[in-house]
Design a binder for this molecule. Structure first.
Ligand SMILES: NC(=O)c1ccc[n+]([C@@H]2O[C@H](COP(=O)([O-])OP(=O)(O)OC[C@H]3O[C@@H](n4cnc5c(N)ncnc54)[C@H](O)[C@@H]3O)[C@@H](O)[C@H]2O)c1
Length: 349
């Protein structure tokens, strides 16, 4: 039996694949490389290049690898892009999940760990958000994930397919070389275009950007800039492995926040990055962006109680140090090399 990891060539997926391999799980990756990188997967990972809604390909994978559990990372994940292209987001993040479930259900799918997001909550009604907080997503991205959560609920009711929907706050940091096992590779964040604060700050430190924008300095926070919860990508990977085992042991479906439980302001992130990199990081103080809440911090007690998960890299300095090590070693991100071709659909038809 293998675990199917969709979107495993992306940022969080590729770190989770390495963590799974270190626990001796058999892993199969399906990714269409629309945003992922072949180089983010070790050459010996079984990799299928294709779309999660490609029914013949999925059937082949399910049959050949005896898939009972899926970790579903594959999605588009940019809030501003989703506002401009909502149909693309509902299509990929919601409709293709339905297609995938329709194919895998009769093939023996038992449970799924789903990448959800803090964006399902919408405008926060309290500075610290627990899972019971109202769900009023205020952009197509958040809504596409909230629809997906409800589709998973009804799939549980009707077909008994269980799930853990992990609502991540801000994924951050990188996997240092050798951090999981003696020969585990480095993995990091390489979104094109990049929209996340920490990589933008570090690209500025590397001289790849002139300055980093600070959107709003008059929020009701200690230093006037937005406060966010940054959760280390290796902690996210660990939570996925715990969620897989929880479901395998018969655990019932859950929605669970994954956050650090602490908030850091934009100014704190930039100042910490200045200290770690020893570089000057120019900023431009810009107007607030519409829809940016002042503070977003996760209550993470449910993850501890249900999965036995606690963030181990909760310190902002550790998060930024690992990200800096990755960015300074990979200033151009993942670069193409001669890796084995994916296992394609045609190989099995
Ligand atoms: N990065 C964050 O801070 C964050 C926060 C909350 C939730 N999430 C969610 O976590 C997941 C992973 O995020 P990430 O930052 O690693 O993103 P990413 O873009 O790096 O990874 C997504 C991967 O999915 C692949 N993909 C997309 N659509 C596909 C399809 N139809 N078929 C096959 N492959 C497809 C892409 O090629 C990419 O490799 C996403 O579902 C995202 O919504 C991310």
């Amino acid at each position: 039996m293998s675990i199917l990891v969709t979107g495993g060539a992306g940022y969080i997926g590729s770190v989770t694949v390495e963590a799974l391999r270190a626990t001796r799980e058999s892993v199969v990756v399906l990714d269409d490389l629309s945003a992922g990188h072949r180089e983010a997967l070790s050459p010996d990972v079984t990799f299928y290049e294709g779309d999660v809604s490609d029914a013949p390909l999925l059937r082949n994978i399910a049959k050949r690898h005896n898939i009972e559990q899926v970790i579903h990372f594959a999605a588009f994940a940019s809030v501003p892009e989703s506002v401009g292209e909502p149909l693309r987001y509902f299509g990929n993040n919601t409709c293709r999940l339905v297609e995938m479930l329709r194919v895998l259900r009769p093939c023996g799918l038992r449970s799924i760990v789903f990448s959800s997001t803090a964006a399902v909550y919408g405008e926060p009604q309290s500075p610290v958000i627990d899972e019971e907080h109202q769900k009023r997503p205020c952009n197509p991205y958040g809504l596409s994930k909230y629809f997906a959560e409800q589709i998973l609920d009804w799939s549980n009711t009707a077909y008994g397919i269980t799930h853990v929907a992990l609502r991540y706050f801000n994924a951050s940091g990188a996997l240092p070389k050798g951090a999981i096992s003696a020969d585990s590779p480095a993995r990091g964040e390489d979104h094109r275009p990049e929209g996340h604060l920490i990589p933008l700050v570090l690209q500025t430190a590397l001289g790849q950007r002139e300055r980093v924008s600070v959107f709003g300095t008059d929020y009701p926070t200690p230093d006037g800039t937005c406060v966010r919860d940054y959760v280390h990508v290796l902690d996210l990977a660990d939570a996925h492995i715990k969620a897989l085992r929880y479901l395998r042991d018969g655990g019932k479906s859950q929605k669970i926040n994954l956050g650090n439980g602490k908030g850091f302001s934009v100014r704190e992130v930039i100042e910490t990055a200045r200290q770690i990199t020893g570089r000057d990081i120019a900023v431009s103080l810009d107007a607030r962006r519409p829809g940016d809440p002042s503070t977003l911090v996760a209550a993470h007690q449910k993850a501890a109680a249900t999965l036995g998960w606690e963030p181990r890299y909760a310190n902002l300095g550790d998060i930024i140090q690992t990200a800096w090590d990755w960015h300074s070693d990979h200033p151009s991100g993942y670069v193409s090399s001669s890796l084995p071709p994916p296992v394609t659909k045609s190989a099995y038809e």
